[in-house]
Design a binder for this molecule. Sequence first.
Ligand code: ZN
Length: 134
Amino acid sequence: MKISHIEHLGIAVKSIEEALPYYENVLGLKCYNIETVEDQKVRTAFLKVGDTKIELLEPTSPDSTIAKFIEKKGVGVHHIAYAVEDGVANALAECEEKGIQLIDKAPRKGAEGLSIAFLHPKSTQGVLTELCES
Ligand code: ZN
């Protein structure tokens, strides 16, 4: 596959409102979008850092995967998302062929309407990895 850049870093937070002042007032980044992804039970806030974004992930329900992540590991880096140039479906097929365990067998719609898919951290050196269209 061909990766063009890191599309975003996903960071688990308990509260976007509590986390944003650090990103905006200390790091000087600007939040340009907040949206809820209902089926993921998560609220997301996006900030730009050059070509890369920071995606803050706040659970909207105790059974959200983000809530479970925070319970187990605390707040912090949750996943890394790479922008792939020849489509997420092609990248997934290549990963499967190379024996990588997939969380998503087919691309689905993530935040910002992008086509995305996750690879299992068991197969990716411990880092939850997202592929998304560039
Ligand atoms: Zn993400």
